[in-house]
Design a protein around this ligand. Sequence first.
Ligand SMILES: Nc1ncnc2c1ncn2[C@@H]1O[C@H](COP(=O)(O)OP(=O)(O)OP(=O)(O)O)[C@@H](O)[C@H]1O
Length: 464
Amino acid sequence: MMIDVKNISFQFDQGNIVFDNINFRLSEGHIGIVGDNGVGKTTLINLISGRLLPQKGTISLEGKVKIVSQFNDWEDYHSPGELQLQRLKDAVFSNPDILLLDEPTSNLDKNGIKVLSGLIRHFSGIVLLISHDFDFLDSTTDNILLIENRRAELYEQKFEDFQLEYEKKRHKEFQMYEVQKKQKNQQRKSVQRLQEKSQRSKKVRGISNSDKKAKGLAGKYDKVQNRLATSAKNMRQALNDNHYDSKPFTKIGLKILNYYQNSGKISMQLSFSNVKVNENYLVNSPFKINIKSGHVLSLLGDNGVGKTSLLDKLFQKLDEKNVHVNYFHQNINQDWCSSIPLITQLMNKSGIREEIILEVAGALGVNREMLTRSPNKLSGGQLLKVQLILCLISAFDVLILDEPTNYLDYDGVVALTTYINDSKAALVIVSHDKRFIENVTTDVVVIENKTVVGYLTLQDYFNS
Ligand SMILES: Nc1ncnc2c1ncn2[C@@H]1O[C@H](COP(=O)(O)OP(=O)(O)OP(=O)(O)O)[C@@H](O)[C@H]1O
């Protein structure tokens, strides 16, 4: 078995270049594909599986290939995690030589992730998997393929070591940027000094350029001034030629949003007794949930216990009480019109000014150009970010987030975590992302075996 990628270049019709001459060869191993949302991870595995064809280069494969793509049409499934695990098991048990997986842990609970990790570790063929779940990458892969700036670079090390090396590289780039910035400032000052000197020498002669022209003296004026002007021009030119990259990894942060939202103060207790999941009751006895401004309530439990049903019920109850709720969920395809640019739709849906939307979008790594596209021209993660932007910019009293970090890249998760930690609003979250939950939660409700269970700490829950 083997994957040989030679001189591959690929771009979408509209000229969006995704890859520019990438090369790598794999004959074994489990490889994690990492990179920001929209860099081309899905495009790469679609090229390898033959779903997309490159404009340049060749991909040679030896062995049977099986691909499990991101699945976004969860509408008919009350427990997408159960379905997701089944799709993955079917793929592994079909005995391929090369397994391509796109965000396989999305929607899986901690047990599902354990099962999947075991399946992958025991799989003897080549695995190429895209994931933003660091723990999962660490436990299932031996090499990392980083997609960045239209290139693919193979690191023959585990994710944790790769991350250390990559952070060092980013740090070095940042230091170089700072040095270049200092040098450029010094050069700029020198140019300014030369220009001032040249102007002074003009004044000394007491003749302006127009006077010289009028008197037929153009071209004959002071050699010193001429030389000074030329040096200033050369230096200015050198300054412009001496490009340095834009500031590396700028993070604006999402703090600004709280200022625009003015969430109302909420403190209420809601009772639940008859929530049904697939014709069965969610829990056997009535229970209460407290929703309070400044609190982040995490609803935890395995796939299939009915967390999304509970969120739907919660949304309904709050809505009946005229509480303004924004609800982020994964079924987003029906929310966006395919023929209108996203920025127009965001403005229409939220009533918020374009510049504010762009500021928020920028903090999540979504730029103006992406928002001028229609939804089907964005990557899965980019589109989810747009959905998240809509939930964050529109005013709300309570924000419900159902699996917000699925498909979200590292910077996106950091930005969202910071936002939640700074938020004064009431938040309710369902997520299987351990790190994210640990970083944001203030209150917990765990549902197990049709009962609301109390755990002393989150650690107890995750270890159970
Ligand atoms: N049909 C399309 N037409 C034009 N551009 C597209 C299309 N599909 C994807 N793109 C763009 O191509 C780039 C690569 O997309 P791709 O889905 O491969 O990214 P990704 O790394 O898998 O992202 P994510 O982490 O969000 O899943 C993105 O900039 C995306 O906006």
